[in-house]
Write a protein that binds this ligand. Structure first.
Ligand SMILES: [Zn+2]
Length: 222
């Protein structure tokens, strides 16, 4: 692959994340023609403030009107999105699996991050992968999915230690990944959460961003 091609793939990945951030923030009142605004002063952003990663560097991470600090999380997640797509291509992963998976998980992560809840209709974003898997005879692990969902549902019911959205998402991922990988995903999610807890004890924990990070790691490594 040429450097130029890698750059195009990187820009595509970071732009997808940037776009999904807005969708997750506005959902369900999505206006595709609305101009992006500063979250603090509602100032309409200029074109050069809309470019993923680059805008953050150019503006020093501040709104030019009200000087509001733009969270560092945005350029970091956009960079991860770009790198994810590059690794997907380098490792010759199936894009019909990789891209819907990315779109669903990133959307749900930002919803959970912004509001602490998710809209279940967003699970439908993974539908192309299911249809593709069924048409091409790829394995889907429905029994593992039901078992994972049931076990975590009981944990939610008796201990309230995990949210219902997390339970549903992990059940869905179990259908796609099978029991070995879903156990790795749960373990790595918990580890990332614990590591973050030691860095920032005040934060209330929204689990889906950790599930997303863990799924990305397991998917790209396995
Ligand atoms: Zn502002």
């Amino acid at each position: 692959m040429t450097y130029l091609f890698n750059l195009v793939v990187f820009v595509l990945g970071s732009s997808i994340v940037s776009f999904l951030t807005v969708i997750a923030h506005d959902f369900p009142k999505i206006q595709l023609n609305r101009r992006s605004q500063c979250n603090n002063c509602q100032n309409i952003l200029s074109w050069y403030e809309l470019i993923p990663i680059f805008s953050f560097i150019l503006t020093g991470g501040n709104c030019k009107k009200c000087n509001f600090d733009i969270p560092i999380m945005y350029p970091i997640t956009e960079t991860i999105g770009g790198l994810y797509l590059i690794v997907v291509l380098i490792k010759d992963k199936d894009i019909y699996f990789a891209i819907p998976l990315m779109i669903m998980l990133v959307t749900l992560s930002f919803m959970d991050y912004f509001y602490g809840y998710i809209y279940p209709v967003c699970y439908a974003l993974i539908l192309p992968t299911f249809i593709y898997a069924l048409l091409h005879g790829y394995p889907l692990y429905f029994i593992t999915g039901i078992l994972t969902y049931s076990a975590l549902f009981l944990m939610n019911h008796f201990y309230q230690s995990i949210g219902l959205g997390d339970v549903e998402l992990l059940g869905l991922l179990a259908i796609l990944f099978g029991y070995e990988d879903i156990l790795k995903i749960i373990l790595i999610s918990c580890l990332l959460c614990i590591i973050h807890y030691f860095g920032n004890k005040k934060r209330s924990f929204r689990f889906i961003p950790y599930i997303t990070a863990a799924t990305g790691i397991v998917y790209l490594i396995s």
